[in-house]
Design a protein around this ligand. Structure first.
Ligand code: ADP
Ligand code: MG
Length: 264
């Protein structure tokens, strides 16, 4: 059974793309076959996995418009994850899809023939709650919300959770909200922890373990075209390996390991 996981937060810079790439690579490390899907017209996931969006002939755009089968657009990456890439063309998909009936289901339909080929498919949603994110949430079985642990992190969380509820009511009744993943976490100060307990209390949102620490390795990795998992040993890579194990065990039937900001 393939698990389809959406990584969503309409706020930019909260480590959605980093989480999709690093978690994908970590699941490959556990022996899984993994596909990651770039749903952001900026193509940051595509770029960070070593492909130049400007030089690709086929992308998720043609797949969403129904002009190309998804498997025709999938490419390999150095990290061993398969990638359904994005190009700037995707910026036009929004307008094209809006005119079609069943527009929220375009991705779900396109991925259906691939479901037997992968253990996990991870969707990198763009920083908006538009039709591309709705496609991601409609195609997914579960959704993870990266949360940068800084002041005002809660802004927009309510709106995102309302969108998740609406998707559950209208296009995807089976969608499970896994919880928030703390990112850019600084364990040395109490600030990250205070922000996190505020958000999880306010919205009654489970917090996944482990928090992903802030480290400069992520910026270096993005520039190199491979994830932090491919580089030297570092605590960012280890955190994503631990997250991958937590999720893999959960999908095999165990309870999700959570993090309590109050007690750490
Ligand atoms: P989003 O997809 O939500 O916009 P990104 O994954 O692109 O966010 O991350 C935004 C920036 O933060 C990138 O420059 C990325 O390298 C950096 N970043 C992500 N995670 C970390 C981390 N744990 N520590 C330090 N920098 C990080
Ligand atoms: Mg992104």
């Amino acid at each position: 059974m393939t698990t389809v996981l959406a990584v969503a937060n309409q706020k930019g810079g909260v480590a959605k793309t980093t989480t999709v790439a690093s978690l994908g690579a970590a699941l490959v490390g556990l022996g899984q076959k993994v596909l990651v899907v770039d749903l952001d017209p900026q193509g940051c996931l595509t770029f960070s996995l070593g492909h130049n969006p400007d030089r690709l002939d086929a992308s998720v755009h043609e797949v969403l418009t129904g002009d190309l089968a998804a498997q025709e657009a999938v490419i390999d990456t150095e990290d061993g994850v398969a990638l359904l890439p994005a190009t700037i063309d995707l910026a036009g998909a929004e307008a094209l899809l809006l005119m079609r009936p069943g527009r929220e289901f375009a991705l779900k339909r396109a991925l259906a023939p691939l479901l037997d080929d992968y253990d996990t498919i991870i969707l990198d949603c763009p920083p908006s709650l538009g039709v591309l994110t709705l496609n991601g949430l409609t195609a997914a079985q579960s959704v993870l919300v990266p949360l940068q642990c800084e002041t005002l992190a809660h802004r927009g969380v309510g709106q995102l959770l309302r969108t998740v509820t609406e998707v559950q009511q209208i296009t995807n009744p089976d969608l499970v909200l896994l919880g928030a993943l703390p990112t850019l976490y600084d364990a040395r100060t109490t600030h990250s922890r205070d922000v996190l307990s505020d958000v999880s209390d306010r919205y009654n949102l489970p917090v996944l373990a482990p928090p992903i620490p802030r480290t400069v390795r992520f910026a270096e990795a993005t520039a190199s075209g491979a994830t932090v998992l491919a580089g030297r040993k570092n605590k960012g890579a280890q955190a994503y390996r631990d997250l991958a194990e937590n999720l893999a065990k959960h999908w095999a039937g165990s309870e999700l390991a959570t993090f309590s900001p109050g007690s750490a």
